[in-house]
Design a protein around this ligand. Structure first.
Ligand code: HEM
Ligand SMILES: *[C@@H]1O[C@H](CO)[C@@H](O)[C@H](O)[C@H]1NC(C)=O
Length: 484
């Protein structure tokens, strides 16, 4: 035992006194421990991003941190973040090689649009998606988003009316089902019954994955822990294959049979299937992963709607202002549409304020070659964390950042204004492709809910900072139909 201790001490002494690498131009940072690196420093805070902020006070706005054995660099101010995402975007187009990411995407994270490394294939995939998932305000696609959203929200209301309003209501599964139908209808021209058990199951599975992807695990940085996570990793693979079965059987097969190559594509699914025949670099796997990926985006919107509800119902005056604004536009006589958005700046501002306070983390980037940030050397393979949390809640960027104040996004004459440093969907070549769908569908759902119901908390609504997900089983809300 004693020899062992002496041996360990020796290793530690050696570790802390051994000469550092010659390249002193690496960003400064905490000295890593053997094996775990500086992982322990992240555990001291509610979210790793809070740890990043406090470390930046010691080491500066760009610092190195070793997590497990991965070399990482954290970037903490807006100018440097722009350097990473825009000016040198091409140098930082990679993603970390976490084992979980492979498990979720058929054994290869390059199958995923968000977790793959940059490649010409990714360029093609992003461009196919752009027309459908980033519709412009004046496009036909935007009218279609509106039509799909409004139609589904009326189905949703019929379902919701069946509930017993004397009890707190578990809204999440219904919101997710509505979002899922908006997506399947918009992208695949199909929707499902709210009590279709296969549909319910797949919506739940997508939500489990969304929650999972928003967690950090030690095994991401300490791959030797893998045996302990064996069961977990198997669960991830089986989720992915359940989703695959549903999408093939209930969406793709029929679509493929009815595809007419002489007509313009009916929807995103048609566009993907047509590209498959035209582009030799695309194969069947790519197509169906891309469709799955995009359909999965509905979970992000469902979670955002739940988080917005949680933030809003804590502030009675915010609920009131939204309801007044919606009513001043619809007169309470019809349901809101996307074309009302321009006349409801306060409601839109509330969604931005929710995104600010929830502070969606930006997916880590990876340097694909030796490069620099702020003059410091960044070695190829370094994982780059963009501290978006600091941009969203830092004292340097906001007045009273801890307060929920939608009006901070309104100009004196009442228009929505967003400061340049507010980038909830990131920016640059890997920016979020789904942001217009997020803004559209969440707007329709939230305005309709507040027009039709008074909504109050039914329990303590504590949200996790730096996270746009709530657990699959989350909180209930008290709904009261409004008599208008
Ligand atoms: C609350 C909702 C959402 C938020 C806050 C959000 C935010 C983000 C952020 C911060 C990134 C990382 C960008 C980067 O690494 O620089 C991202 C990537 C991405 N998002 Fe979203 N997103 C949301 C919903 C969606 C939806 C609904 C879709 C699909 C319809 C979507 C599709 C994507 C894709 C495909 C990427 C990866 C792009 C790439 O790596 O090239 N997102 N999103
Ligand atoms: C993923 O794609 C990148 C870019 O094309 C490539 O360099 C890398 O080897 C691929 N990874 C795997 C696991 O195939």
């Amino acid at each position: 035992m004693l020899t062992l201790l002496a041996f360990l001490t020796l290793i530690l002494v050696y570790w802390f006194t051994k000469p550092r690498k010659q390249d002193t131009n690496l960003p400064p940072g905490p000295k890593p421990w053997p094996v775990i690196g500086s992982l322990h420093l992240l555990g001291e805070h509610e979210t790793p991003f809070q740890a990043f902020t406090s470390l930046s006070k010691v080491y500066g706005d760009v610092f190195s941190i070793t997590l497990g054995t991965s070399k990482c660099v954290v970037v903490n101010n807006f100018n440097l973040i722009k350097e990473v995402l825009i000016t040198k975007g091409a140098d930082f187009g990679g993603r970390p090689d976490f084992i979980r990411f492979h498990k979720l995407f058929g054994g290869d994270r390059n199958n995923s649009l968000a977790l793959c490394d940059w490649s010409s294939l990714q360029k093609t995939r992003r461009s196919i998606a752009r027309t459908y998932c980033s519709p412009r305000f004046t496009s036909l696609q935007y009218d279609h988003v509106n039509a799909v959203g409004c139609k589904e929200v009326s189905v949703f209301l019929v379902e919701l009316k069946k509930k017993d309003f004397s009890q707190p209501i578990e809204l999440k599964p219904m919101i997710l089902a509505a979002c899922a139908n908006m997506f399947t209808q918009y992208m695949c021209s199909t929707s499902f019954n709210y009590d279709d058990s296969d549909f319910k199951k797949v919506v739940r599975t997508f939500d489990e994955i969304f929650w999972e992807i928003n967690q950090g695990y030690a095994v991401d940085f300490l791959p030797w822990l893998l045996p302990i996570y064996k069961g977990h990793m198997e669960k991830l693979s089986s989720w992915a294959s359940d989703i695959r079965k549903f999408i093939l059987a209930r969406i793709i097969d029929e679509h493929r049979l009815s595809l007419d190559h002489n007509l313009p594509p009916r929807d995103f699914t048609d566009a993907l299937l047509m590209h498959l025949d035209e582009d030799p670099n695309l194969n069947w796997q790519h197509i169906i992963f891309e469709l799955e990926d995009f359909l999965g985006g509905h979970s992000a919107i469902g979670n955002l709607v739940m988080i917005t509800l949680a933030c809003v119902v804590k502030h009675k005056e915010v609920v009131k202002r939204i309801q007044q604004e919606v009513e001043s536009v619809t007169g309470g006589k019809r349901l809101p549409t996307l074309f009302d958005k321009a006349s409801m700046p306060y409601t839109e501002a509330t969604i931005w304020e929710t995104l600010r306070t929830a502070s969606s983390p930006i997916v880590p980037h990876v340097a694909t070659l030796n490069t620099e940030i702020d003059g410091y050397t960044i070695e190829k393979g370094t994982v780059i964390f963009v501290n978006n949390y600091e941009l969203n809640v830092g004292e340097d960027y906001w007045d009273e950042p801890e307060k929920f104040k939608p009006e901070r996004f309104l100009s004196p004459n009442g228009n929505v204004v967003k400061p340049a440093h507010f980038i909830p969907f990131s920016t640059g070549k890997r920016t979020c492709i789904g942001q217009r769908l997020v803004q559209s569908f969440s707007f329709i759902l939230l305005t309709t809910l507040f027009q039709e119901y008074d909504i109050e908390p039914a329990c303590d609504l504590k949200l996790r900072p730096g996270c746009v997900a709530v657990p699959p089983d989350c909180f209930k809300l008290k709904l009261t139909p409004r008599n208008k």
